[in-house]
Design a binder for this molecule. Structure first.
Ligand code: NAD
Length: 391
């Protein structure tokens, strides 16, 4: 099917994020200039860059029109965001507009978009293993930042040195750091903790992760699932959800080993599911006083560390600090916005043909990321497991 031109010229609107704690923005002056030089009109919502240290004047200098939300919602053909705006705002948009960002595959959001005749594009649905998709891969750009930040945060919280240091006052032993989940964020945390001089061990349920961990100069924690254990690898490089028996066995095996470490950084996720609990309360209790756990999976559905609270630092009775850090990329907003804005600019390049917004559903990437097309829901969306669901 040929590409379908939707409009003659693209007016791009950059939204100010509304979610609590979200400091990122979908365009930075550098990408605004790039979009302008491709002939697009760019409107940036007043204050959109404040959380990333970008004043409105910097957007204006790069060629954007700084505008109020109402003007943007009325005029823009393509609305760019990090997270979806509130449903009420989406419900006020007009038919034919396209909303693009890291939209969660939320059936309610997609219904609202469809009801308004919108097109909704989510980079969370990107087929990441396609090499053509790499420039658009916001999950990877943001996970890299979160992993780096997790290691730095752990080092700043841990009240001893990460490296071995020999001074006239004696020699400090290097911190022993365990990173659970060796995907993008985990490998980034491993690399950063190594550069800070710690002794790093990585672990993942996918067997192929062992070589990646070792190639970063870290040890791999071998929990020996048994020769006849089924592989935990699922499609697209992701892990599958474990059975209850496998989960219990994994928790018990990890519990024996966690006490050997001073710092734990957890990053384990299973798409569309609650994150698995890898560090139980008992495992935390067995750690030495002064130990630190940073839970990158902490969110409304739970986390990898039992009792971690999203956005909060909790010091347990035994002197163990647990940091619920599900939004770490946003806490490094200047870098995260820069990287995300480049992903989004690459997305605009994919969605625009001959100077006009054109969605081509025959294209493998667009077929995957276009969740709602001209009022029709194409991606059913996933209702995540609820608090009462299986772990
Ligand atoms: P993710 O955020 O979904 O999960 C993080 C890690 O947690 C994964 O490595 C996963 O295996 C692990 N995990 C899940 N359950 C676990 C458990 N019970 N115990 C221990 N570990 C567990 O994953 P991600 O970081 O987004 O990356 C997923 C995969 O996709 C990786 O293999 C990554 O290399 C691959 N990837 C490939 C490309 C590419 O080809 N260009 C791009 C991005 C990611």
């Amino acid at each position: 099917m040929p590409a379908e031109p939707m409009t003659a010229a693209v007016c791009i609107g950059v939204l100010k994020e509304g979610a609590p704690g979200e400091r990122r923005v979908a365009a930075v002056p550098e990408t605004v200039s790039r979009l302008r030089s491709s002939g697009h009109e760019v409107m940036v919502e007043r204050g959109a860059g404040a959380g990333s240290g970008i004043p409105d004047s910097a957007y204006a200098e790069s060629g954007a029109v700084v505008a109020d939300p109402r003007e943007i919602d009325e005029r823009a053909d393509l609305l760019l965001c990090v997270e979806a705006p509130e449903h009420a705002r989406v419900a006020g948009l007009r038919s034919g507009q396209t909303l693009a960002g890291m939209l969660r595959p939320d059936p309610d959001l997609f219904e609202v978009c469809a009801g308004r005749g919108l097109t909704a594009v989510s980079l969370l649905l990107l087929p990441r293993t396609l090499s053509r998709a790499q420039a658009l891969d916001a999950l990877t750009s943001q996970a890299n930042i979160a992993g780096y930040r997790a290691a730095v945060l752990a080092a700043a919280t841990y009240e001893r040195f990460f490296p071995m240091l020999t001074t006239a006052a004696g020699t400090s032993q290097p911190a022993r750091v365990l990173v659970l989940g060796a995907g993008v964020a985990g490998l980034s945390a491993i690399g950063t903790a190594r550069r800070l001089g710690a002794l790093v061990t990585g672990y993942d349920i996918r067997p192929e992760a062992a070589d990646e961990v070792r190639s970063m100069g870290a040890r791999f924690l071998d929990l020996d699932p048994g020769a006849d254990a089924p592989s935990a690898a699922a499609s697209g490089g992701y892990a599958r959800s474990l059975s209850e028996r496998e989960r219990d066995a994994q928790q018990a095996a990890l519990q024996q080993r966690i006490r050997e470490f001073d710092v734990i950084i957890t990053t384990a996720q299973v798409p569309g599911r609650r994150p698995p609990v890898l560090v139980t309360r008992d495992a935390l209790k067995a750690m030495r006083s002064g130990s630190v756990a940073v839970d990158l999976a902490a969110g409304p559905l739970g986390g990898n560390v039992e009792g971690s609270v999203p956005g909060r630092t909790v010091v347990l009775e035994g002197g163990i600090t647990v940091i619920g850090a599900g939004d770490l990329a946003s806490s490094m907003a200047a870098a995260a916005s820069g990287a995300y804005a480049r992903n989004i600019a690459a997305l605009v390049g994919v969605l625009v043909r001959d100077g006009a917004l054109a969605i081509d559903l025959d294209d493998e990437i667009q077929d995957a990321i276009v969740a709602v097309h001209r009022g029709a829901v194409r991606h059913a969306g996933a209702r995540h497991e609820t608090a009462g669901g299986a772990r």
